[in-house]
Design a protein around this ligand. Structure first.
Ligand code: APR
Length: 171
């Protein structure tokens, strides 16, 4: 049975799933947006573990414990900064979803939540990013047989509407 993909409007730090994904920056030392919310909610031990990881390249993903979060793990991935679409941004954003799913599969988790990676401070156009997120995960789910639930955690009604409309369409 493959995983169910759904969209939800929530603060990702409140979700009691096995893994939440963080839209981080390459230092992994925290920042604004969802990165700041996750570091605040997880507590100060998180940045100490992050310091041991040696940073993270765009499109790559690294995993830490969840500390004070309800989620057991946090997968930190670094999305591309939108620079007009001709610098490989789409491929790098797809890599974020694929590499995050790969790490989740290694932990044999059953539930996973993503924020809308790169669509905030990094300026990725929301409709294109939503399409990449849904298409990439649908294609990669077979590599994560333990997964039962993937949540696209939206932080606005606009994002929720975009994800629900895209999930309603076959690829
Ligand atoms: N829960 C869920 N989603 C959230 C939350 C939250 N608590 N806070 C923000 N978001 C949403 C934003 O509304 C946006 O849709 O996460 C999405 C990603 O936005 P950003 O957090 O700005 O991330 P991104 O665009 O990938 O930029 C990453 O921002 O915070 C810094 O350190 C981070 O430098 C990195 C950059």
């Amino acid at each position: 049975m493959s995983a169910v993909l759904s969209a939800l409007k929530a603060d990702i730090t409140s979700l009691a799933v096995d893994v939440i994904v963080n839209a981080a920056n390459s230092s992994l030392f925290g920042g604004g947006g969802v990165d700041g919310a996750i570091h605040r909610a997880a507590g100060p031990e998180l940045v100490h573990e992050c310091r041991l990881l040696g940073g993270c390249r765009t499109g790559e993903a690294k995993i830490t414990r969840g500390y004070r979060l309800p989620a057991r793990w946090i997968i930190h991935t670094v999305g591309p900064v939108w620079r007009g679409g001709l610098q490989g941004e789409a491929q790098l954003l797809a890599d974020c979803y694929r590499n995050s799913l790969r790490l989740a599969a290694e932990k044999a988790v059953t539930s996973l939540a993503f924020p809308a990676i790169s669509t905030g401070i990094y300026g990725y156009p929301k409709a294109e990013a939503t399409d990449i997120a849904v298409r990439t995960l649908r294609a990669a789910l077979a590599q994560a047989p333990s997964l039962r639930e993937v949540i696209f955690c939206c932080f606005s009604d606009e994002d929720l509407a975009l994800y629900r409309a895209r999930l309603a369409r076959p690829d």
